[in-house]
Design a protein around this ligand. Structure first.
Ligand code: C2E
Ligand code: CA
Ligand code: CA
Length: 336
């Protein structure tokens, strides 16, 4: 099969190089006999295959049409939301140090409420923003709002609260990313240690050369860098060592089953040890209950994030939580 043939290594300049391909498939004449329609169908199926993860294939079906129409519509509405600055806002999820018993920072998570569509999940609209290129403007917006928020919390009497932001692979394609981050830090007088950038394993694997350069640039200006969703991609040790990363976030899929699934528990232990060997600090995400928390504590993971402590919350709710030290397990149950 073509997919298997492409998976074989190709020698380039003496180095074995691996390629992967995604496929969109449509059937003639079942789906259509019009060549233009067939190409469009195959393209929709390809989008679907890519979204499900790289190196897959998908067949066209009529549901994909409806999904494509919704995506197109959302892309238009998202552009308007960004241009008019309407409907986008950030929520902040606390990161808790379970040894010290204190909040050590937050992760900024983007929300979009539309007047007719209601709340749209970032899981749906971030990929749309990425394919339309809108993620660059959205990323700038998130960065600016986060810098503003750091100052707002300080004005309301809180000590500096480090904010972690999510960066998409597409944002590394711009050549002025490091400059843009540095400029905002200067404008808002933000200390580098107050800002952290989370980059998924797959982002790192996607645009290697551009990403390495930008990551070193960001590291040089003092911003801290975290590998997000760790364990879901295909990072190798050689890769991890190439990047100037400071933290590693264990994906919540490992945290979920840790108590019942011996394999997940073993993988988690290995990740925690690996991070220690590489001098990276570890954060576990998606902690929802006491057994998960206890497992992490016993295995030396000090910083956790998850519904067990707090969901992503509004800035004012965060002030209450911080001031009243409500971030004890189970003390803060907010609607998600
Ligand atoms: P992520 O970076 O892995 O963020 C963590 C997700 O897990 C968030 O989903 C958060 O609400 C959710 N979560 C937190 N604690 C728990 C828990 O205990 N259990 C469970 N089941 N889930 C938990 P959310 O807010 O829907 O965001 C989804 C994804 O959207 C994020 O995953 C991130 O990849 C992306 N995203 C969100 N905001 C931004 C942004 O500003 N820029 C970019 N590029 N991506 C963003
Ligand atoms: Ca994240
Ligand atoms: Ca994550």
């Amino acid at each position: 099969m073509v997919k298997d043939a492409l998976a074989n290594s190709i020698e380039l300049d003496g180095t074995d190089t691996f390629t992967k391909a995604s496929f969109g498939i449509t059937m003639f004449p079942e789906d259509s006999s019009d060549p233009d329609v067939l190409l469009k169908n195959a393209d929709m199926a390809l989008y679907h295959a890519k979204n499900a993860g790289r190196g897959r294939f998908a067949f066209y079906n009529s549901d994909l049409n409806a999904q494509a129409i919704r995506r197109k519509d959302l892309a238009t509405k998202l552009r308007m939301a960004v241009t008019d600055d309407i409907g986008l806002h950030l929520k902040y999820q606390p990161k808790v140090d379970i040894v010290q018993g204190e909040v050590v920072g937050v992760e900024a998570l983007l929300r979009w409420s539309h007047e007719t569509y209601g709340e749209i999940s970032p899981v749906e609209f971030i990929p749309i923003a990425e394919t339309s290129g809108l993620i660059v403007e959205i990323g700038d917006w998130v960065l600016r709002k986060s810098c503003e928020q750091i100052l707002k919390w300080q004005t309301s009497g809180l000590p500096p609260v480090p904010i972690a932001l999510n960066l998409s692979a597409v944002q590394f394609k711009r050549t002025d990313l490091v400059e843009a981050v540095g400029k905002l830090m200067g404008e808002f007088q933000i200390e580098p240690s107050w800002l952290e950038l989370e980059i998924t394993e797959s982002t790192i694997m996607d645009y290697v050369e551009e990403t390495v350069a930008a990551l070193y640039g960001l590291h040089d200006i003092g911003v801290s860098l975290a590998i997000d969703d760790f364990g879901t991609g295909h990072s190798s040790l050689a890769y991890l060592k190439r990047f100037p990363m400071d933290k590693l976030k264990i994906d919540r899929s490992f945290v979920n089953d840790v108590v019942d699934d011996a394999d997940d528990a073993a993988i988690k232990q290995i990740i925690i040890n690996l991070a220690k060997q590489l001098n990276l600090s570890v954060i576990a995400e998606g902690v929802e209950n006491v057994p998960q928390l206890e497992f992490l504590r016993q295995n030396g993971c000090a910083v956790v994030q998850g519904y067990h402590f707090a969901s992503p919350i509004d800035p004012m709710a965060f002030v209450d939580l911080y001031v009243e030290k409500k971030c004890a397990p189970g003390a803060l149950k907010t609607p998600r």
